[in-house]
Design a binder for this molecule. Structure first.
Ligand code: GAL
Length: 423
C-alpha cells in the first residue's frame, strides 16, 4: 500500500515537473486548430490574409492557424479542390467563397452550410453592412457568409509615364480607348496588357466592355437571361472585345493576371483592366500611385461599380466549428476588415471602415461604391451560377483566339438559355 502511494507521489511529482519545465522552457503548445482555405497566394492577397491572421493569433494564441492555399486566380483551382473536399465530407474549417450566386447556388441551396446570422446579431452588427450586401449573402432570411471586403472589377490601371511620353489623355470611353491604343501600337507598345493563362481574365475584361456598351440596367438583365445576346449593344460589346485583342501584349497567353498588372507598373504596357487586387499587388511590390501606376474606371464604365465580395462561411460539419465562429466574427469586425483591406486592395464591406487606414485609391473606391450604380461581377461569382460561369470562361478562351463574334454570340445565347434562372 505504502509502495503504491510512493509510486503515485513520484508520478505526480514527475508530471508536475514536466509541465513546469515545459512552461518555462518552451511556449505552450497550441491546443487546437483552424484551417483557413483560400486562393490568396499572390503579393498583397497573401499579405492581407496574414495581417488578419496576426490579429487572430493575438486574440487566440492557443489556436493554431493552418493556412491552406491553392494557387490560381479567381479560385480557378481552389474551387475544384473545395468541391472535392465538401462532397467527400471533409470541409475546411473556414473557406473563401464569393458572395452572391457562387455562395448561394453552389453551397447554400445544396445544404452544405450553416446559417450564421447569429454572429452579426450577437455582435449588434446587422446594420453595419449595406442592405444590398446583406442581401447577396442571405437565403430565406438567414445570412450564410461573412463578407470580408468589396472588390471592384471595372478598373483600368495605366502607366502615367507612357501616357505622358506620348502626350495622351487617359480614355474615358471605348472610342477614346481605341484612339490612344492606335498611338501606342504605332510606337510598338502593347496598349492593353492581358494575362490570360487562365481564361477568367478574359471574362473579367468582357464584363467591363459589355457594361460600357449596355449600361447598368441592361447588363443586369443580360445576366438574368432577360436580354438577347443578339441585342445590338451586347454584340457591340463582343466586337469591341475582339477588336481590343489586336492591341494586347504578344505573350498574353503565358501570363497570369498579376503579371499583366505588373507590365503597366513597369512601363511595358499602357493599360490593364483588372480588379483592384492589382492595387494590392502594387502595394506589395512597392509600386507608387501617380508614379508607376494610376487608375480610372474601365473605359465607358464611369459611374458604375462592378462589385464582388470575398466572404467566409461555415460548412455544416466543419471540424473546428467554435474556432470558425471566432474567425468569422473577426472577418465581420471593423478591426479585422481594417487590418485586411488596406493591404488586399479592397474596401471594407462594413460602412464604418477607418478611412485614414486606406490610401487615395481605396478612398476613391469607397466614394464610388457609395454613389455609383452597383452591378455584380460575372467573373467572380456574384452575378451568375458556377456552371454558367464555367461555360462562359470556356467560350471566352476560344473566342479570344478565333475572334468570331457571331459564333461566340450564339454560344453565349445557348449558355444563357441553359443556365439563366427561369423565373
Ligand atoms: C477574385 C477574388 C480576389 C482575388 C482575385 C484574383 O476572384 O475575389 O480576392 O483573389 O480573384 O485571384
Amino acid at each position: 500500500m505504502r509502495k503504491r502511494i510512493l509510486i503515485a507521489l513520484l508520478v505526480f511529482l514527475t508530471a508536475t515537473t514536466m509541465v513546469f519545465a515545459q512552461g518555462v522552457a518552451e511556449p505552450k503548445a497550441k491546443s487546437n486548430s483552424l484551417e483557413i482555405f483560400s486562393w490568396w497566394t499572390a503579393g498583397g492577397e497573401a499579405d492581407g490574409l496574414q495581417a488578419m491572421v496576426d490579429v487572430f493569433n493575438k486574440k487566440y494564441p492557443d489556436i493554431e492557424i493552418i493556412n491552406a492555399t491553392v494557387a490560381g486566380g479567381a479560385g480557378t483551382n481552389a474551387k475544384a479542390v473545395l468541391a472535392t473536399r465538401m462532397q467527400g465530407g471533409n470541409p475546411p474549417d473556414a473557406f473563401q467563397v464569393h458572395a452572391g450566386h457562387e455562395l448561394i447556388d453552389t453551397w447554400v441551396v445544396a445544404d452544405f452550410m450553416e446559417p450564421i446570422t447569429f454572429i452579426l446579431e450577437d455582435n449588434g452588427w446587422m446594420d453595419k453592412f449595406p442592405a444590398d450586401v446583406i442581401d447577396i449573402i442571405s437565403y430565406k432570411g438567414e445570412v450564410y457568409s461573412i463578407p470580408v471586403n468589396i472588390h471592384r472589377s471595372n478598373v483600368m490601371w495605366y502607366s502615367p509615364s507612357l501616357f505622358k511620353k506620348f502626350n495622351l489623355k487617359v480614355p474615358n470611353t471605348i472610342e477614346e480607348f481605341f484612339k490612344v491604343a492606335e498611338v501606342f501600337k504605332a510606337n510598338g507598345i502593347p496598349a492593353l496588357a492581358l494575362g490570360d493563362n487562365e481564361s477568367w481574365t478574359e471574362t473579367h475584361l468582357l464584363e467591363s466592355v459589355i457594361l460600357a456598351n449596355t449600361g447598368a440596367e441592361k447588363y443586369r438583365s443580360l445576366w438574368q437571361g432577360k436580354v438577347s445576346w443578339n441585342d445590338s449593344q451586347v454584340r457591340k460589346g463582343l466586337s469591341d472585345y475582339a477588336k481590343m485583342m489586336a492591341y494586347t501584349n504578344r505573350d498574353h497567353a503565358a501570363l497570369a493576371n498579376m503579371d499583366a498588372a505588373g507590365y503597366v507598373a513597369e512601363g511595358k504596357a499602357a493599360m490593364n483592366v483588372m480588379g483592384d487586387w492589382a492595387a494590392g499587388y502594387y502595394y506589395s511590390q512597392g509600386f507608387k500611385q501617380g508614379l508607376d501606376w494610376d487608375w480610372a474606371p474601365a473605359p465607358g464604365t464611369k459611374g458604375n461599380f462592378i462589385m464582388l465580395s470575398d466572404s467566409f462561411g461555415l460548412a455544416k460539419n466543419a471540424p473546428n466549428r467554435d474556432n470558425v465562429i471566432k474567425w468569422l466574427a473577426l472577418c465581420a469586425s471593423k478591426e479585422g476588415q481594417d487590418a485586411f483591406n488596406p493591404i488586399k486592395g479592397s474596401i471594407p464591406s462594413r460602412i464604418d471602415g477607418d478611412r485614414s487606414k486606406y490610401d487615395a485609391y481605396l478612398n476613391a473606391a469607397m466614394n464610388d461604391f457609395a454613389t455609383n450604380a452597383i452591378v455584380p461581377s460575372v467573373a467572380h461569382g456574384a452575378a451568375i451560377s458556377e456552371p454558367w460561369l464555367t461555360r462562359i470562361n470556356d467560350i471566352m478562351s476560344v473566342f479570344t483566339t478565333e475572334l468570331n463574334v457571331d459564333k461566340a454570340m450564339k454560344e453565349f445565347q445557348a449558355a444563357s438559355d441553359r443556365y439563366a434562372p427561369k423565373n
